[in-house]
Design a protein around this ligand. Sequence first.
Ligand SMILES: [Zn+2]
Length: 415
Amino acid sequence: MQVCIHRGAKEIGGSCIELISKGKRLIIDLGLPLDADRNDKKYLPDISGLDGNDDSLLAILISHPHLDHFGLLAHISNKIPVIMGEDARRILTQAAPFLPGNWPIPTNGLNLKSETSIELGPFKVTPYLMDHSGYDAYSLMIEADGKRLFYSGDFRMHGRKAKLTEKLIANPPKNIDVLLLEGSSLGRLKSHESFPSETNIEKKLVDIFKNAKGITLVHTSSQNIDRIVSIFRACKKTDKTLVIDLYTAVILEATGNENIPQSYWPKIKLYIPQKQRIQIKNKKWFDLLKRHSKNRVFIEDLQEISAQYVLLFRPLHIRDLEKAGLQKDAIYVYSQWEGYWEQDSFSFLREWLAINNIPKVSIHTSGHASVQDLKRFATALKPAKIVPIHTFMPETYSKLFDNVQLHVDGEYWEV
Ligand SMILES: [Zn+2]
């Protein structure tokens, strides 16, 4: 089996790997690079068949629904099967109409099911459901030509689904020839440090919520389902009501998991910000709105006792909050990657918080394994060779792991 990392050998984001066996090919992930200013076709790696005109390309496998792993799907032929988790596919499909730009909707292709192998020409693919901040995330074992390659995907061991990664470590597949191992935390975290767990995040949120004098604005990704569960659990512990918008309600429904908070649950309310009301009217989403309106509230309801509400905040709420005077006594909890905060797109929000004297608290943990957990993972899988991917620090791997081999972007090599 031949392998080429087209992007990701020395960077986080834009992951893309091509596998070749007996003249047939698979692609794993087709992500948008982190530094791409917008989702442009020019970032597509130079791989034959992305236009749908080369039968040797059997399928594209998407490990999980994060933009840096699937973003460039928008620019390929829809004739190519896209294989991914069923829930992840539903999330992408339901999210697309809400989001600006060219969001792909992969409709054609098999669904991954954890620990169920699929045969694709000369390849056998076995997915393993993993703990990650993205929902329905898989690592993938690919077998061909008597060789075994294991792609870790993005994963961690301190989230709400840590048991999944622990299960794999307790009973790992044997005889792995190559482990393509993500290393997002290298360079961001010292080797002895660990990330807070989601349970830890929940505790920190409880402390903030219970002392709130006004509305609490929690700014996170609506697709970080683990985090939304942490926020909701913290709400329940402090007798607060969680307020979501229609986009979040739709994403939560798209998980297909009734154990995850839903718009119709007690202690959850739906509030439609003015900007979203216009979107609903223009796109005639009246049935969708009706389906999620069981617990709908209006701005007057939020004004009444604002301290009892935790709003899953997005910048589109700003106008509504101002109109209702809700910025008074509000507290803002920033609950996503700190790297976004300094970006230009956040300057309006930074100014708004400053003008209104709204304090900012950061409560977040990573979606990626700590260095110690990467080591545990590698030790359990006992690969003959480790190849770095999804990292800015490939050269540090050899200090942490045995049998490291570096391959650069665009190089074709044998497993
Ligand atoms: Zn990810």
